[in-house]
Design a protein around this ligand. Structure first.
Ligand code: ADP
Length: 253
């Protein structure tokens, strides 16, 4: 039997849970969708007769300013999905809406323009150009987009803690520093979306932790959306959402 004190505690507890549910609903309903993927399929030709179905009908939504982790076993199709979201590859069928616009409905030239302005890429290996300094590597992306901006490149390198390394070439940087240059490069055109494929995959745990913290700090500062393929469990657990791929589909966690 409940005494009156237990009853009061139980009522207060239920009210508390109810209030959390209301606040959560309000926060969820406020979120705006940046990307919506519907029925996305992709296969690769293996032989003249066989094809490998990698993505078998992906549906997902990514909200603005969210950091989403894409996880799954090797070969599950994580990079394939990321490449399609980044318009580096086309799906066989299905749609990708970005801010409500069907991206693959456009001509190649418009898609390339969209990619250079709206999307920043970070890869597992930094892919910096060896002949150029850190600041030049960061600036190149803004030059390609038609708006070279040295001042911004310098401020981004300062942001990632490399103010003393701006004139160093990639061979004069550590792996962690080179990856931080690559992050600054991804941000130079103020993209709405940053796609990262195993950004900590090639780093020791100290540098990996630095990059993880940096990504969260940059999101807070620039309100950008990140989709990150990662095997780093500690990282994925910190993300706002986890997209788990298995057998060509997303699975609920
Ligand atoms: P993950 O990133 O999850 O490890 P990927 O998306 O890289 O997986 O690859 C998924 C599957 O598609 C793998 O079996 C891979 O070998 C195959 N694959 C990826 N790209 C190609 C390609 N361009 N041609 C043929 N097969 C590919």
């Amino acid at each position: 039997m409940f005494n009156s004190e237990q009853l009061l505690i139980s009522v207060l507890f239920k009210l508390f849970i109810y209030r959390i549910a209301i606040v959560k609903n309000i926060l969820m309903s406020d979120k705006e969708i940046l990307i919506e993927v519907t029925g996305l399929k992709k296969s690769y030709k293996v032989t003249s007769k066989n094809k490998l179905e990698v993505l078998k009908g992906i549906n997902l939504k990514i909200y603005k300013e969210e950091i989403a982790a894409v996880i799954g076993k090797s070969g599950a199709g994580k990079s394939t999905l990321l490449h399609i979201l980044g318009t580096l590859d086309r799906p066989d069928s299905g749609k990708v809406f970005f801010d409500g616009k069907n991206i693959f409905d456009q001509k190649e030239k418009q898609i390339a323009e969209f990619r250079s302005k709206m999307i920043g890429f970070i890869f597992q290996f930094h892919h910096l150009l060896p002949e150029f300094t850190a600041i030049e590597n960061v600036m190149i992306a803004s030059m390609i987009a038609g708006d070279p901006d040295r001042e911004k490149a310098e401020s981004l390198l300062t942001e990632v803690g490399l103010q003393d390394r701006i004139n160093h070439k990639p061979s004069e940087l550590s792996g962690g520093e080179a990856q931080r240059v690559a992050i600054a490069r991804a941000l130079i055109n103020s993209p709405k979306l940053i796609l990262a494929d195993e950004p900590t995959g090639n780093l020791d745990s100290e540098n990996a932790d630095f990059v993880i913290e940096l990504i969260f700090k940059l999101r807070r500062k620039y309100n950008q959306t990140f989709i990150i393929v990662t095997h780093n469990e500690e990282f994925s657990k910190k993300c706002d959402t986890i997209i788990k791929l298995h057998d060509g589909k997303t699975v609920d966690n």
